[in-house]
Design a protein around this ligand. Structure first.
Ligand code: ADP
Ligand code: MG
Ligand code: MG
Ligand code: MG
Ligand code: MG
Length: 442
C-alpha cells in the first residue's frame, strides 16, 4: 500500500490541489466523476461521499439510489496541468450501497472478485494495454469530424505536424502523472496513434485505462483536435484496438515463462491461452461492445477474425510476443477501447482461470496469415470464428452461463438490455451504405 489517509491529505495540501475528482465507472466503462473541493477531502476519505446512483447507466432505480464512494488511497494522482481554479487530483473509488456492502453493479467490484479468486490460486494478474486512437479535426461548431489533417492536406504548410505535437504533449503529461510510457508511435492509418504504458496489476491497469483516455482527449482538445477511441471510424483503413498483454505472476516470478517448455512457455501459459480461446466468442459483447466494434474485426486490417494463436504473425486472436523472462506474455488482440476495462479484464482472467483449472489445451499454433486461410481449411483444423456482428455476439452472451456467473445477474441483465436496445435502434436505421447501394438500382 502506497498511501495512508494522512499521506493523501498532505499531498493535497503540499501541492495546492483545489479539486479532487472521485472517479468510478458505469456498467459500460464510461468514466464518471464527482468533483469535490479540497475542504471536503477528509469526508471523502472517511467514505462519506454520496451520489445519486439512479442517474448512472446500469446502476439502480430511484427508490434505492443513495450510493457511497470509497476512495482507493493508492490510486491518488495529480493531474499535471493547472486550471484557473487550481490543481486537480483523482482518486479512484469503489461504489458501496447504503447497507455498507460493495455494490454488485460496480464493475470494479466484479474485477476485484475475479482477482481474489486468482490470488487464492496463488497468482497475480498483470496487464499492459495498447490503446490506439485517431486524432480528428473539429468543425466550426467544435463538433468532432472524421477529417484528419494528414488526409485533408490543408495543413501542409504548417511547420509542425499537429498530431505529433499533441501526442508528445500527451506523453509528457502522462509521465508527469506517474504513467510509465514505454512506447508511442504513429499507427498504420492516417492520423492514427498508439501510446503504451507499462503493465501493472489488472486493477491498476483498468483504473489507468479510464484516466488515460480522459487525458488523451483532454490534451487533444487543447491542440484543437478530437481524440476518438472508436473501433472503426473510417472504412478501408485499420481500426483502433486495445490489445491486452497478460501474464500471471507468483512471488515475483512470471509464471508464463518456462525455459524448458515449448517455445519457452509454461503449461500455465498454454492453459490460460486455451481458456481465453474457449470463451472469447461469448466474451465478445464485453471485449467488443459496439455495433461498430465488428466493423474492425474483419480480414485484412491486423485485427483477429478467428480463434487461433501464433508465436509470430499478427492475424490471430492470441499472439505470443518474442520477449521471454519477465516480458513473457500473451497478447489478446480482439478487445477494443470501447470495452469497459474492468469487465474486459474480469472476463479475460476468469476465462484464463477456467483454462488453468480444467487444464485446457489451445491446440496447434497457426503459422499462416489467418486472412488467407480458407473457411474449409479452418473447419478442418477446428478453428472457430469470432462473432461477425453485435447480434451474434449478443446471442452468444445471452446463452452463456459462464458470463452470467462472472458478471453476476445485475450487470449481466442490465448490460444485455442496453445492448439489445442499441441493436434494435441500429437495425431500424437506414444507413448511407444502403442508399448508395440500392436507391438507384431498384
Ligand atoms: P506490440 O509488439 O504488440 O506492439 P507493445 O510494445 O506496443 O507491443 O506493447 C507491449 C505491452 O505489453 C506494454 O504495455 C508492456 O508493458 C506490456 N507487457 C510487457 N511485459 C508484460 C508482461 N509480462 N505482462 C503483461 N504485459 C506486459
Ligand atoms: Mg503496439
Ligand atoms: Mg494496428
Ligand atoms: Mg498497434
Ligand atoms: Mg500489440
Amino acid at each position: 500500500d502506497r498511501y495512508t489517509k494522512q499521506d493523501v491529505i498532505d499531498l493535497v495540501r503540499e501541492n495546492d490541489v483545489q479539486f479532487i475528482r472521485l472517479q468510478f465507472s458505469d456498467v459500460f466503462g464510461t468514466l464518471k466523476n464527482v468533483a469535490i473541493t479540497a475542504r471536503q477531502l477528509e469526508k471523502a476519505l472517511d467514505n462519506k461521499c454520496m451520489f445519486d446512483g439512479s442517474s448512472v447507466d446500469g446502476f439502480v432505480r430511484i427508490e434505492e439510489s443513495d450510493m457511497y464512494l470509497y476512495p482507493d488511497l493508492d490510486s491518488f494522482l495529480i493531474f499535471p496541468w493547472h486550471s484557473q481554479s487550481g490543481k486537480v487530483a483523482r482518486l479512484v473509488c469503489d461504489v458501496y450501497g447504503q447497507d455498507g456492502l460493495p455494490f454488485i453493479g460496480d464493475s470494479r467490484y466484479i474485477l476485484k472478485k475475479v482477482l481474489r479468486k486468482s490470488k487464492k490460486l496463488g497468482y497475480n494478474f498483470n496487464v499492459g494495454p495498447e490503446c490506439e486512437f485517431f486524432l480528428f479535426h473539429t468543425d466550426e461548431e467544435g463538433c468532432p469530424t472524421t477529417l484528419t489533417h494528414e488526409k485533408a492536406g490543408y495543413f501542409d504548410v504548417a511547420p509542425l505536424d499537429l498530431g505529433e505535437a499533441a501526442r508528445r504533449d500527451m506523453i509528457l503529461n502522462l509521465e508527469n502523472m506517474g504513467f510509465e510510457i514505454e512506447a508511442s508511435h504513429h499507427e498504420v492509418a492516417p492520423a492514427q496513434h498508439e501510446i503504451d504504458f507499462k503493465y501493472d496489476n489488472a486493477l491498476r491497469t483498468a483504473d489507468n485505462i479510464l484516466t488515460f483516455k480522459f487525458v488523451v482527449k483532454y490534451i487533444a482538445k487543447r491542440h484543437g483536435l478530437y481524440a476518438s477511441f472508436m473501433p472503426k471510424p473510417i472504412s478501408g483503413v485499420d481500426g483502433s484496438g486495445m490489445h491486452l498483454n497478460m501474464s500471471l505472476w507468483s512471488e515475483g516470478q512470471n509464471m508464463f515463462a518456462d525455459s524448458r517448455g515449448e517455445l519457452g512457455l509454461s503449461d500455465e501459459a498454454y492453459h490460460f491461452m486455451a481458456g481465453l480461446m474457449k470463451h472469447a466468442p461469448e466474451m465478445s459483447l464485453i471485449t467488443n461492445p459496439l455495433v461498430n466494434s465488428y466493423k474492425r474485426i474483419v480480414p485484412g486490417y491486423e485485427a483477429p477474425v478467428d480463434i487461433s494463436w501464433s508465436p509470430a504473425n499478427r492475424s490471430p486472436l492470441i499472439r505470443v510476443p518474442t520477449a521471454r523472462g519477465s516480458g513473457t506474455r500473451l497478447e489478446f488482440r480482439s478487445p477494443d477501447s470501447a470495452a469497459n476495462p474492468y469487465l474486459a479484464l474480469a472476463v479475460s482472467l476468469a476465462a484464463g482461470i477456467d483454462g488453468l483449472e480444467n487444464k485446457l489445451q489451445p491446440g496447434k499454433a497457426s503459422t499462416k496469415n489467418q486472412y488467407e486461410v480458407t473457411e474449409k481449411a479452418k473447419l478442418k483444423a477446428g478453428i472457430g470464428a469470432l462473432p461477425r456482428d453485435m447480434k451474434e455476439a449478443m446471442d452468444l452472451f445471452k446463452d452463456s452461463e459462464f458470463m452470467k456467473e462472472v458478471l453476476g445477474d445485475h450487470i449481466f441483465d442490465r448490460y444485455l438490455d442496453a445492448k439489445q436496445g442499441e441493436w434494435e435502434s441500429y437495425q431500424k436505421t437506414v444507413s448511407q451504405w444502403e442508399i448508395d447501394e440500392y436507391l438507384y438500382k431498384i
